[in-house]
Design a binder for this molecule. Structure first.
Ligand code: NAP
Length: 296
């Protein structure tokens, strides 16, 4: 099975390459330099249709896992046009070109819990099929990208994930876990929200889930998230405990105290029962941290 991974230099891309089995032939792409993950790599800007075509002719994929995106939620809010270009137009070009060149290939999009508003009528985790109503530019752009994926005439899957954490030597930016560890190891305090409920996801679990969608040729929407409900604050406290760092240096924060440029869903946990039925079995934060500690 030939699998093209976009966003290969990102946190998720790194873990997909690490989780691939010998029966999979991976082809990697991002914009920057080859991250040297042991697979063929071609740099491409997905906002350029000609580069997308060159990429698909090069990889001849049976599956495309589209992980590349403009992922900084506040930057998206401040620059909606750029966000739309990277998240929506790039997805559109990939979908349309794949349909033309490799119509039997599967298309898998990595999406987000931010397609939901986070004000569920019932205080229960979202299930696939629940009503989407993004409240940020980033969330809207990912939902629009999903809409393009749904037009793909072949097999497609949309994997919604949440608050991804982990470690990768090649990732271009930090994540909640690295922010907590960096601050506490430097002896500083860190303020973390107590009024944003999520299902944080270890990037390695997400990668395994994405490859499962590929091997199972899954069709439709799947939630690939972690198994526990956390706030950024409770997750940070668990990380501090796992690394033996001072938990009291984590200060609780609410959205009244600190207004972020992009509004965040207050309550967006994802139910993972549908993915579990397929064989997805993610780790708790404590289990994941025990493995990440081998690197950090
Ligand atoms: N991180 C989270 O908490 C979270 C939560 C929910 C969903 N997601 C989704 O998960 C996916 C992966 O996230 P991540 O954390 O791994 O992201 P990341 O670390 O920010 O990496 C994003 C990657 O996308 C590539 N990229 C961006 N624009 C591109 C373009 N126009 N053409 C080609 N490549 C482009 C970047 O390439 P270069 O490095 O070469 O510039 C980078 O490698 C995204 O789709 C995101 O929306 C993430």
């Amino acid at each position: 099975m030939r699998i093209l991974i976009t966003g290969a230099r990102g946190l998720v891309g790194y873990h997909i390459a690490a989780a691939a089995s010998p029966s999979m032939t991976l082809f990697l792409t991002s914009r920057g330099e080859d991250p040297n993950l042991g697979y063929p790599y071609l740099a491409a800007d997905l906002t350029q249709r000609a580069e997308v075509e060159r990429l698909l002719r090069w990889a001849e994929p049976d599956v495309v896992i589209h992980s590349a995106a403009m992922t900084l939620v506040d930057a998206c809010q401040e620059n909606p046009e750029l966000c739309w270009l990277h998240n929506v137009t790039a997805t559109r070009y990939l979908v349309e070109t794949l349909a033309e060149l490799r119509p039997k290939a599967q298309f898998v999009l990595v999406s987000t819990d931010f397609v939901y508003d986070g004000f569920p009528a019932l205080q229960r985790p979202y299930v696939e099929g629940d009503y989407e109503a993004p409240i940020s530019v980033y969330g809207a752009s990912k939902l629009a990208a999903e809409a393009w994926v749904r037009t793909y005439p072949g097999c497609w899957a949309i994997a919604r994930t949440a608050l991804v954490y982990g470690w990768a030597p090649t990732a271009p930016r930090d994540n909640i876990l690295l922010r907590v560890l960096n601050q506490l190891k430097a002896g500083r305090t860190i303020a973390l929200f107590t009024d944003q409920v999520r299902t944080p996801t270890w990037a390695a679990d997400l990668a395994t889930g994405l490859l499962l969608l590929a091997t199972e040729q899954a069709q439709g929407i799947y939630h690939l998230a972690g198994p526990t409900l956390e706030t950024p604050c409770s997750l940070g406290q668990k990380a501090a405990a796992a690394w033996g760092l001072p938990v009291e240096k984590i200060q609780p924060l609410t959205r009244e105290e600190f207004v972020q440029p992009a509004p965040r869903p207050p309550y967006s946990p994802l139910s993972i029962e549908k993915a579990r039925a397929l064989g997805y079995n993610p780790h708790t934060p404590e289990e994941a941290f025990a493995q990440i500690r081998l690197h950090l």
